[in-house]
Write a protein that binds this ligand. Structure first.
Ligand code: ADP
Length: 610
């Protein structure tokens, strides 16, 4: 049975089928319907169109509520409706807030007028000949039912905005009267407004009902919509849907839908009313989007902002991605810094280790000079002995001269002066030997400087003089005249050369004295800008067993040897930016080559590595 609740003056109950007992036990289905015209209309069209529901669903009792827009909104907020029938605009507005979905759409033909389509029409008094086009509405007072009326206001506004960008400056004075819509025509004819906006076909329906005379009205902004029989000023949109609310379960929705689809067209007076599956309401959504109302109210008018708002989820995603990237970068930066710090620490440790190694190297070189000096000590003592003996001899000679009485004074004086000069010379020579030894043995081995190589070679030979004497070897030195000075370290050079000379002498121990030969040569290699100092001997040559490991520490064939001389000499040569090699000579013996760089004096000398 169909019934109505809420305000008694509005709600009607229609008993169609069933018995009293079933009626009492029946489950109620509450359907809210927008009453946009008059209660009469509601009774005449909606109630009959839903009769089929009662017939198909006898276990249910329909309760229909005729409601205004506000009442429908409140009922949805209270969750007190199962279904509602409203205009498409209201449906779109509701869809932003509530879970409502179209279940079916009403087809309504009233004496050939298709009431299932919605459009807007602007009408004025027939006498207003001046009002024809929409642009004539500028500055007019226009009546409409409500800002929320889809056919009665919103569609018209959308069309105006679509066609004219400056509508907001037209100065239209909108007057909203509230529902029902019918009364607008009377108020227009009473000159309350210059024009009114109606839902399309309403005027024609009212004319059919005999309540107005269409000839008293004039259409403004005529729109041509093919085979649409009513006056129209806008495009047309799909008609009213039956909506299910969130509280309807699928079983009930299916039952209602099946019942509606099963029902035949209902003929009421001249009206044909029937239900069909819902159509797309996208065009209605588009209107709302353009007007920024309903679900689009929060969307700004600025197209850029609008675009940003629509694509905001991409921005959220991009922002999240960006944040992840930033976090990743921060982490990478942190890791890089930590790694850099670790590297710096390890470099520092390496530097410290290198310093310690360098220190040990210096100590070793120093110790090796001591060893070398130990080997040469006897010779050096002899070196010193010579000037000291000479000094003693000259001193004794002088005394003897002084003791002689018969000697001419002038002659004596001359001889004494000579002897004194010799004493001074010999003392200088002894002092030079001692100075050389001291410098050679100093821990701090002096500094790099520009020096001539020939005197350094001569000093090295002087160091080894006694060994040379013992071996009965007379060295032969050959060098190119006017050799350029080199930027080098005198003590290191002395150490290398003394090593090479003593090695050469050691190699010739078992060689006949007459066969012994020590040759030193100093020549430039102009092509490569190097100085080549060679120490050649006629000794036993390099022992094949150690030939490949000559420069490795502790590699020796001598009983009393340490095997450090060559390795140290090579490290010193490399520290001087040069190199050291030792190879056999063709006709016996070996030749050691010390190759040193020749730097340009006007340029910064190449840094020597310690
Ligand atoms: P040590 O002199 O204490 O043996 P070195 O490092 O100076 O240590 O020499 C290593 C080895 O190289 C020597 O024992 C020797 O066998 C070989 N050697 C060095 N110089 C010569 C040379 N001029 N002729 C032949 N062999 C040599």
């Amino acid at each position: 049975m169909i019934g109505s609740k809420k305000t008694p003056s509005f709600l009607l109950v229609l008993l169609l089928l069933g018995f009293v007992w079933s009626e009492l036990a029946a489950e109620e289905i509450h359907i809210g319907i927008l009453d946009w015209r008059t209660l009469e209309d509601f009774e005449q069209h909606w109630l009959p169109s839903l009769q089929s529901l009662e017939q198909e669903m006898p276990a249910h009792r329909l309760v229909l509520h005729a409601m205004t827009l506000e009442e429908l909104n409140d009922a949805l907020a209270d969750n007190s409706l199962d279904f509602l029938i409203t205009n498409p605009g209201h449906y779109v507005a509701l869809s932003a807030q509530y879970e409502v979905a179209p279940l079916a759409q009403l087809q309504h033909l009233k004496e050939g007028l298709p009431l299932n389509f919605v459009g807007s029409v602007v009408l004025t008094h027939q006498e207003r000949q001046d009002l024809k086009a929409l642009t004539d509405l500028k500055g007019l007072t226009i009546g409409a039912v409500s800002e929320e009326s889809f056919g009665g206001y919103q569609l018209m506004l959308d069309t105006l905005h679509q066609q004219y960008s400056d509508v907001n400056r037209w100065g239209i004075d909108w007057r909203f009267t509230g529902f029902p819509m019918d009364q607008l025509i009377e108020r227009l004819l009473n000159d309350e407004f210059d024009a009114i906006v109606l839902r399309s076909c309403l005027a024609e329906v009212m004319a059919l009902e005999g309540s107005i005379d269409l000839s008293s009205l004039r259409l403004i902004g005529e729109q041509s919509v093919s085979s649409y029989p009513c006056m129209i000023s806008t495009p047309i949109y799909p008609g009213w849907p039956l909506l299910r609310t969130a509280r309807v379960n699928d079983t009930l929705a299916r039952q209602v839908l099946a019942a509606l689809m099963k029902s035949d067209s209902v003929l009421i007076d001249q009206d044909v009313v029937h239900w069909q599956p819902p159509v797309s309401y996208q065009s209605v959504y588009d209107v709302f989007e353009r007007l920024r109302i309903g679900p689009f109210a929060a969307f700004p008018h600025n197209p850029i902002l609008h675009w940003l708002l629509i694509h905001r989820y991409w921005f959220y995603a991009a922002f999240t991605l960006l944040m992840l990237l930033v976090l990743h970068n921060i982490r990478a930066e942190y890791l890089v810094r930590r790694r850099t710090h670790e590297l710096e620490l390890s470099q520092q440790r390496q530097r410290e280790a290198e310093q310690i190694a360098q220190h040990h190297q210096d100590e070793l070189r120093h110790a090796s000079r001591f060893t070398l000096m130990g080997e040469l000590a006897a010779g050096l003592a002899h070196e010193l002995n010579q000037p000291l003996t000479a000094i003693a001899n000259y001193a004794r000679g002088s005394v003897r001269h002084l003791q002689r009485d018969n000697q001419d004074l002038l002659e004596r004086r001359t001889q004494l002066v000579e002897a004194s000069e010799q004493i001074a010379n010999q003392a200088d020579q002894a002092a030079a030997v001692i100075r050389n030894i001291r410098t050679f043995l100093k821990k701090d081995a002096g500094e790099y400087s520009w020096l001539s190589i020939v005197p350094v070679v001569e000093d090295a030979l002087l160091f080894c003089q006694t060994r040379l004497n013992q071996a009965q070897v007379k060295p032969d030195v050959d060098f190119t005249e006017n050799l350029p000075e080199i930027f080098s370290h005198r003590i290191y050079l002395l150490q290398i050369l003394a090593n090479l000379i003593t090695n050469a002498l050691d190699a010739m121990v078992d060689v006949e004295v007459s066969q012994r030969e020590l040759h030193l040569s100093i020549h430039p290699d102009a092509v490569n800008n190097r100085l080549i100092i060679q120490v050649s001997d006629r000794g036993k040559g390099i022992d094949a067993a150690i030939e490949k490991h000559l420069f490795e520490p502790f590699m020796t064939t001598r009983k009393e040897g340490m095997g450090l001389g060559l390795s140290l000499s090579r490290s010193l040569a490399e520290a001087l930016g040069g190199e050291l090699t030792l190879v056999n000579r063709q006709n016996g013996g070996a030749v050691a080559s010390l190759i040193l760089p020749i730097q340009q004096q006007n340029q910064e000398p190449i840094e020597c590595q310690e």
